[in-house]
Design a protein around this ligand. Structure first.
Ligand SMILES: NC(=O)c1ccc[n+]([C@@H]2O[C@H](COP(=O)([O-])OP(=O)(O)OC[C@H]3O[C@@H](n4cnc5c(N)ncnc54)[C@H](OP(=O)(O)O)[C@@H]3O)[C@@H](O)[C@H]2O)c1
Length: 262
């Protein structure tokens, strides 16, 4: 290991921490570059927290949109925030998206911007409307779990695990039930990646330990809203959460500590 820990060595150490469950010795000893210190500071709470916890991320404009009206979100925030997103994926066991994102973006949800393992991919799709040719169902790059409602569901794509969950009125699946189903399969640390409806349901349900919200210096004007969580629960509980700020290039990352274990 180098005498001064640089960002690459710090990231290796964080991956080792994720794997072994304790802070590697080389991260507590030698001096670090400023970038390595920021990296360690940003992800430390995630790794120090319980092995079962759910976090969420959103990248939004100054006026609160995560995508344009036609669903184009490539890219609201810059390169450094995308690297941050890939780091979050690499530190989690599972990454969750809603059907809207799976249909609009056809995302891969793998780790490509940094070294590290890709998480299991989870698609919340109560009406089974994500097409069978979607990349997460066909590319074989990481395991995929497909969460569907009870009823007339088409064939499960080969290699995909289908999990049928009960629907709770208009709110769909209870987020806590989703996290239980994932924990039962050894997927304890969960990143809820988007979109806005999906993240908002997890915030409203009060099951997130933290929210990573990156704001880009950009006005979109109209489009897909980021947070649409219900005031009664979300603001009564989280009106003034502890927050940390990080600079990611032109963007500002707010890390809100919501204080819940998944
Ligand atoms: N900037 C970012 O950080 C970011 C990240 C990801 C995605 N995006 C963008 O966000 C847009 C899509 O976001 P969105 O808010 O429209 O949709 P979304 O959150 O991706 O998907 C919402 C849909 O997922 C299903 N769903 C989510 N949670 C559920 C639950 N608890 N129970 C049952 N069903 C649940 C429902 O499907 P049904 O409608 O079938 O009931 C719901 O309408 C895309 O344009 C994408 O590009 C942006």
């Amino acid at each position: 290991m180098p005498m001064v820990i640089d960002i690459a060595a710090a990231w290796d150490g964080l991956l080792q921490w994720r794997q072994e469950g304790s802070l590697p010795e080389h991260l507590s000893g030698p001096p670090m570059t400023a970038a390595a210190e920021q990296l360690l500071s940003l992800y430390r709470p995630l790794l120090e927290g319980p092995s079962r916890q759910a976090v969420a991320q959103m990248a939004q404009s100054l006026d609160g949109y995560i995508a344009t009206a036609v669903g184009d979100s490539c890219f609201v925030t810059g390169e450094e925030d995308r690297t941050h997103l890939h780091r979050l994926r690499a530190l989690c066991d599972a990454v969750v998206v809603g059907a809207g994102t799976a249909v609009t973006d056809d995302p891969r949800l793998t780790v490509r911007h940094v070294p590290g393992p890709s998480p299991a991919r989870v698609v919340i799709d109560p009406h089974a409307r994500v097409p069978p040719e979607a990349g997460v169902f066909t590319d074989g790059r990481a395991p995929t779990l497909w969460l569907v409602g009870p009823g007339n569901v088409p064939d499960t794509p080969t290699g995909v695990e289908r999990i049928e969950l009960p629907v709770d009125g208009n709110d769909g699946f209870e987020p806590a039930r989703i996290l239980d189903a994932l924990a039962d399969r050894g997927l304890g640390r969960v990143l809820v990646e988007g979109g806005g409806i999906t993240v908002s349901r997890f915030i409203t349900a009060g099951v997130l330990s933290r929210l990573y919200l990156t704001v880009a210096p950009l006005v979109i004007g109209s489009g897909r809203a980021g947070s649409t969580c219900r005031p009664a629960r979300a603001f009564a509980t989280h009106c003034d959460p502890p927050v940390r700020r990080f600079t990611l290039g032109q963007d500002t990352l707010f890390e809100l500590d919501l204080g819940e274990d998944g």
